[in-house]
Design a protein around this ligand. Structure first.
Ligand code: NAP
Length: 527
C-alpha cells in the first residue's frame, strides 16, 4: 500500500502544511520515505469539526456497531502483514519478533474493547425507582450511566509504534466508549502511523461509521500537539511520553478557558526491593531476571526497573558481581531515535557526575551511526540517593541503579523519598513480607501496581490491570491506560430524572433490553 504522507481528515487526504519532515532509520541513521508535513491550524480545525459532527449530528452508534468497527480494525491491522512490520522495524529499530508480538497485543486489545462494548455493563448503570408515596417528599425516578464525552485527542508514543499508537489502547478505549478520535502521530514513525490509520479508515467505511470518527494528523514540532490540546472542541487527551512533554501539555489543558482532562503516562523508575530472605535463596536468579528486564527492548519501557534497593552484606555483594558481569556481557542496542539515545547518554552522565554514584559496569560502547546505547549498571548508597533528587529521576534506556541500604529503616526512607510510580516490586519470602510490613505500607501509597517476586516489564492486557500511578507516573492515578478499565477515562456520568421510558437509553430502560449488569434499587442484577 502506498504512503501518501497526507493528513487523513475524516477519510480524505490533505497537504496544506509547508514545514516538512521524514522518517529516519535509527539503525543506519538514514532518512527515508516521503516528506510529511506539519498539520496546519486549518487542518486541525477540520479534523475536530468532523469529529464533532460524527459525535453530535447522528444518533450514537449502537454498541454492536462500535464493537464490529473495533473488530474490523483488528482484522485490517492483521491484514497489513509484513508491510507493517517492515516499516515499523525501519522506523524504530525494534526487532521483528518484538513488533510482531506488539501487533498481536494491539489486535487482542482491540478485540477486548469490542467485547467490553458488546457486553455493555461497563456503563455502570444505576437505577433508583420512584416512590411517589414517600413522606414527606416524594422520591423521583433517578437513573445514571456513563456516556461518551466527544472528540478525544490521542498522542502516539515513540516506544510502542503499534500498541500505544494509531490503533493502540488509547484509541481503542476512546472509540469503545463511543467517542471520535483525532490522532497525533509521533514524528519518529509517521509511515507506520499512516499505514495503520488507513486500516482504521477502511474499517470505518466497512462498518458505516461516520467519516469523522477517526482522523490522523502528522507533525514534527510541538505546535500541532499544543494546538490540538487548546482546541475548544477537544474534550479529553491521552498521552504517553516524557514528564516534560506530558506536564507541558497537561498545563495547557488545565489553563484553557474550559479545562479538560489530560491523561498522561510519564516517568517512573519502578523500584525493585530485594529483601534478605530472597537475596539469600535466589540472588543469582533475581540478578539474571533484573538484567533481562532492564535491557529488554533496549530499556525503552515505561516499566523499566531503573532502581534496585537492597540491604548491605555479602549476599548483596554477590548479587552486584553477577549483575555487573551480565551487564558487561550485554550488547549495545539501537534506540528509537537519535534524540532518545542522546537523552539516555545525558542521563547517564548526569548520574555519574553525582558524588557517591558510580558505574559498576557497562556493555561495550555503542555505535553513534547505529543510534546505539550501551547497557549500564550504576550503584550508590542510601544517603546519596536521598540527598540528590536527580538520582530518583527516570533514565529512559538500558540502565539500572542499585541503592545500598544499612537496614530496614533505610529501605523505608528510600521508599518514602520516591515519587509516584507505575510499579513497585518486592522480592522476598513470606517471612520477609511479615518482617517488612512498614515498607509495604509505604509502597502501597507510591505505586499503581505492586509485584511480588517478578519484574515490572511485560504489562498484561486484562480487566484487572492497573497501568497508572500517583504523579509523576501519571497525571491522574485514578485511571489506567492498559486493560479494559482504560475506557473510564473517556466517559462521564449522566443522570436522567423522571424521563419517560422510551426516551431513556436502552441501558436504563425497565426491561433491560441489553441484559447488562445494573444496580437497581441497591441490588446488583442483570434481568
Ligand atoms: P516526548 O518527548 O514526551 O514526546 C512525546 C510527544 O509529546 C511528542 O509528540 C511531542 O510533540 C510532545 N511534546 C514533547 N514535549 C513537548 C512540549 N514541551 N510541549 C508540547 N508538546 C511536547 O517523548 P518521546 O519522544 O517518546 O521520548 C522522549 C523521552 O520521553 C524519552 O527519552 C523518555 O524519557 C520519555 N518516554 C517515556 C515513556 C514512558 O512511558 N514513561 C515513553 C516514551 C518516552 P511533537 O512530536 O509535536 O514535538
Amino acid at each position: 500500500m502506498n504512503i501518501t504522507a497526507e493528513q487523513l481528515i475524516a477519510g480524505r487526504g490533505s497537504r496544506d502544511g509547508s514545514r516538512t519532515f521524514s522518517a529516519t532509520n535509527p539503525a543506519t541513521a538514514t532518512p527515508f520515505g516521503p516528506q510529511f508535513r506539519d498539520a496546519t491550524a486549518g487542518e486541525i480545525d477540520r479534523a475536530l469539526e468532523a469529529a464533532r459532527a460524527a459525535f453530535e449530528e447522528a444518533p450514537p452508534s449502537p454498541p454492536e456497531q462500535v464493537a464490529l468497527f473495533l473488530d474490523r480494525i483488528a482484522a485490517e491491522v492483521t491484514d497489513l502483514g509484513d508491510q507493517l512490520i517492515d516499516l515499523a522495524v525501519a522506523e524504530t529499530g525494534l526487532g521483528r519478533d518484538r513488533l510482531t508480538a506488539e501487533r498481536g497485543r494491539t489486535v487482542g486489545q482491540l478485540r477486548m474493547f469490542a467485547e467490553t462494548t458488546r457486553e455493555g455493563s461497563w456503563v455502570d448503570a444505576r437505577i433508583d425507582t420512584a416512590d411517589p408515596t414517600r413522606q414527606l417528599i416524594p422520591k423521583p425516578d433517578v437513573r445514571r450511566m456513563l456516556v461518551a464525552i466527544g472528540p478525544v485527542v490521542v498522542f502516539g508514543a515513540s516506544n510502542f509504534p503499534i500498541a500505544f499508537s494509531v490503533a493502540g489502547g488509547d484509541t481503542a478505549s476512546a472509540l469503545a466508549a463511543g467517542n471520535p478520535v483525532v490522532f497525533k502521530a509521533h514524528p519518529a514513525h509517521p509511515n507506520t502511523s499512516e499505514l495503520i490509520a488507513r486500516a482504521a479508515l477502511r474499517a470505518a467505511e466497512a462498518e458505516s461509521m461516520s467519516p469523522g470518527i477517526f482522523s490522523l494528523l502528522q507533525g514534527a514540532g510541538h505546535e500541532v500537539g499544543l494546538e490540538l490540546v487548546r482546541h475548544p472542541l477537544t474534550e479529553a487527551v491521552a498521552f504517553t511520553g516524557s514528564l516534560r512533554g506530558g506536564r507541558a501539555l497537561f498545563d495547557v489543558a488545565a489553563s484553557r478557558p474550559r479545562p479538560i482532562p489530560l491523561y498522561a503516562e510519564m516517568g517512573s523508575v519502578n523500584p525493585v526491593f530485594l529483601l534478605p530472605g530472597a537475596l539469600a535463596s535466589r540472588g543469582e536468579t533475581i540478578a539474571k531476571g533484573l538484567v533481562h528486564s532492564a535491557t529488554l527492548g533496549v530499556g525503552q519501557f515505561c516499566t523499566n526497573p531503573g532502581v534496585v534497593v537492597g540491604t548491605e552484606g555479602p549476599q548483596l555483594d554477590q548479587f552486584v558481581r553477577v549483575v555487573a558481569d551480565l551487564v558487561r556481557q550485554a550488547a549495545p542496542g539501537t534506540m528509537l531515535y537519535a534524540g532518545i539515545c542522546q537523552s539516555f547518554g545525558h542521563s547517564i552522565e548526569r548520574l555519574r557526575s553525582v558524588p557517591g554514584i558510580k558505574v559498576e559496569s557497562h556493555a561495550p560502547a555503542g555505535s553513534a551511526q547505529k543510534t546505539q546505547a550501551s547497557p549500564t549498571f550504576l550503584s550508590t548508597d542510601a544517603t546519596t540517593f536521598l540527598a540528590h533528587p536527580d538520582a530518583r529521576e527516570e533514565c529512559f534506556g538500558p540502565s539500572t541503579m542499585l541503592v545500598r541500604c544499612g537496614g530496614a529503616a533505610e529501605l523505608e526512607a528510600v521508599a518514602r523519598a520516591l515519587d509516584g510510580q507505575l510499579t513497585a516490586t518486592v522480592h522476598g519470602t513470606p517471612e520477609d513480607l511479615a518482617a517488612h510490613q512498614p515498607l509495604l505500607r509505604i509502597l502501597r501509597r507510591k505505586a499503581g501496581r505492586l509485584l511480588f517476586n517478578g519484574f515490572p516489564t511485560g504489562v498484561e492486557v486484562c480487566s484487572a490491570m492497573q497501568h497508572g500511578g500517583p504523579y509523576p507516573a501519571t497525571t491522574d492515578a485514578h485511571f489506567t491506560s492498559v486493560g479494559s478499565a482504560a475506557i473510564y477515562r473517556f466517559a462521564r456520568p449522566l443522570c436522567f430524572q423522571d424521563f419517560p421510558q422510551h426516551s431513556l437509553p436502552p441501558e436504563l430502560q425497565d426491561g433491560n433490553p441489553r441484559k447488562i449488569w445494573r444496580m437497581v434499587d441497591n441490588q446488583r442484577r442483570n434481568d
